[in-house]
Design a binder for this molecule. Structure first.
Ligand SMILES: [Zn+2]
Length: 133
């Protein structure tokens, strides 16, 4: 499970957790937000297993959006009795500033559903790189 969270939160290869998934690891550089590497430089895992693979990440994105925006908005309504306008402003603000993170987290979670962490492979790769050449 640690491999899953490392991969999702730090945008690392889901199989070995060593290489970055994206060309630019900062999601707030919007011009490179969705630009992924072709494959892992460490273990060779392809980052696009099939054409259109990441369309499925939209479902994850929807669930993330509901969890991150609607649930806190409901809590704000119940605890502070905020009006509809204030809640709408809250949700829109969270969406605008959180969009790059939601986008990447959705892709990372989707990829991790299909490709699982292999701690044995990671140990082998780390030992290989630790040897003097
Ligand atoms: Zn890898």
């Amino acid at each position: 499970m640690a491999g899953f969270f490392t991969s999702v939160l730090r945008s690392k290869c889901p199989k070995c957790n060593l290489d970055n998934l994206y060309v630019d690891n900062n999601p707030y550089h919007l011009s490179t937000l969705s630009v992924m590497k072709k494959k892992c430089d460490c273990c060779g895992q392809s980052y696009e297993p099939e054409t259109g693979f990441y369309y499925g990440a939209m479902y994850v994105s929807y669930a993330l959006g509901v969890a991150v925006m609607v649930v806190p908005a409901m809590l704000l309504y119940l605890l502070f009795d905020l009006g509809f306008g204030a809640l709408l402003a809250f949700v829109i603000t969270v969406y605008i500033f959180g969009f790059p993170l939601f986008f990447r987290f959705a892709r990372n979670i989707w990829f991790n559903i299909f490709v699982h962490y292999d701690p044995e492979l990671r140990r082998k790769l780390e030992n290989k790189t630790a040897l003097p050449s």
